[in-house]
Write a protein that binds this ligand. Structure first.
Ligand code: SF4
Ligand code: SF4
Length: 418
């Protein structure tokens, strides 16, 4: 399905969503289109190759909007058993060859994962000891950023971790929601840690827009001011309609700032944009929003498999226990997911059928759809509005930058993907 658009330079383009090609409306020339979007075969893993390990159900903060109920997923105190992690990792190593690949992803989650630093070390040491073929292991962790020490940072650095810090932007907005258990805001501690260690780590900042924080411009500026140049903007599924509108207006302002920065070759990453740009550049068509339940699974602290870390403890996301047949059960679940997901979101949600962006969007995050509609394979109107807007921004950016600026920006974005 084609989407016709005028970019900010008033030039007419067509985005052919089925083939992921942009071309000049007046002179359709595949050569020009391919120059804008060079096709590269996307690598897509089929078998379980990325795991999120929920190391504990404890957190030293008590964020008001936490989907895990202040980190405890309603089962406070659980800590993952090392043997559980070991079993899962052994299975993932067996899958690498089935995937005809050479990489695995391991994400450490909590609660607050750094409360279990000893366990992280033990697991990483085990992985490195069994990695006889030198596969690429992409380690990552999502942390509240309050517990950094020299020892922890040295270890994360040595093992090339990508560290995502949850930050809500301005101190005022952050402290309203992200508090220590005694009620103190956590911003100052995190800011101090990020400033101290930012040059030693690959850091990402994840901000959550919610009813108390709609000012995404100030938030992004604040996060960048701390020295984080890779930002993910998430929107709380429960945000009110009114505040969502305010956020969208503010987001448009942010996108103007972003475009002007890119034009001045001041490159930084707003992942919502760069991730989609990378999909266009590589002509990577997606059938779902993420790989949850296919190649990505989550293991809860009490040793159960879920398809998504946000659906832990919820029947909807439960796959199986870690028992002697868990590998077969995961494979079987993954096959069923493939059948349900089909080729594209238009085949499972009728109102997405004629959307030009269906191969870039892949539909909603299952957790968001489940939270809002009680059904994971459904559409959330606010989510759809946001994605549609982001796709239009990406197309505007890619066509409005000069050839030289575009080349440099694409090369920056593709560097982030590695
Ligand atoms: S959710 Fe919205 S943007 Fe995504 S495919 Fe459906 S209609 Fe398109
Ligand atoms: S379903 Fe949503 S929260 Fe879960 S892994 Fe996918 S995008 Fe992330």
């Amino acid at each position: 399905m084609n989407y016709e658009f005028k970019n900010r330079n008033n030039e007419d383009f067509i985005f052919d969503g089925d083939n992921i090609i942009i071309f000049d409306k007046d002179k359709y020339d595949e050569k020009v289109a391919l120059e804008l979007c060079k096709p590269i075969d996307g690598f897509r893993t089929k078998y379980f190759s990325h795991v999120a390990l929920i190391l504990n159900n404890n957190c030293n903060l008590g964020c008001e909007y936490c989907y895990a109920n202040q980190g405890n997923y309603d089962k406070a105190g659980n800590v993952m058993n090392f043997d559980t992690a070991k079993k899962v990792i052994d299975q993932m190593f067996q899958n690498v060859e089935k995937n005809k690949g050479n990489k695995l992803g391991i994400t450490f989650f909590g609660g607050e994962p750094l409360l279990q630093f000893g366990l992280i070390k033990k697991i990483v040491e085990y992985v490195n000891s069994v990695n006889k073929h030198n596969y690429h292991i992409a380690y990552s962790t999502i942390t509240n950023g309050t517990l950094f020490t020299d020892e922890i940072i040295d270890f994360l650095k040595k093992n090339n971790f990508v560290v995502t810090v949850s930050l809500d932007g301005t101190k005022e907005a952050h402290d309203k929601m992200r508090k220590f258990k005694d009620g103190r805001g956590s911003f100052d501690v995190i800011a101090q840690n990020v400033r101290k260690y930012k040059n030693q780590l690959t850091l990402k900042g994840r901000l959550t827009v919610n009813d108390y924080n709609t000012n995404v411009v100030d938030s992004v500026l604040q996060i960048r001011d701390l020295g984080i140049d890779n930002i993910i903007v998430g929107v709380d599924a429960n945000i009110s309609d009114e505040n969502f509108k305010i956020f969208m207006e503010n987001y448009k302002e942010l996108m103007e700032i972003y475009f002007n920065d890119l034009k001045n070759e001041k490159f930084y990453c707003i992942e919502n944009i760069t991730f989609n740009l990378a999909k266009i550049v590589t002509r990577r068509r997606v059938s779902s929003h993420c790989n949850a339940g296919r190649a990505y699974f989550t293991i809860s602290a009490d040793g159960k498999v879920y398809d998504c870390h946000r659906l832990v403890g919820i029947e909807e996301g439960y796959v199986c226990d870690i028992d002697c047949e868990f590998a077969e059960k995961i494979d079987c679940y993954s096959k069923k997911m493939d059948e349900t997901i089909k080729q594209n979101v238009g085949e499972r949600i009728s109102s997405c059928k004629n959307c030009s962006f269906k191969y870039l969007c892949g539909g909603m995050c299952y957790h968001q759809a489940y939270t809002v509609n009680g059904k994971r394979f459904s559409k959330v109107s606010k989510g759809c509005l946001l994605i549609t807007y982001e796709m239009k921004v990406v197309l505007d950016i890619i066509t409005s930058l000069s050839v030289e600026q575009r080349k440099k920006f694409i090369s920056y974005v593709m560097g982030l993907e590695k």
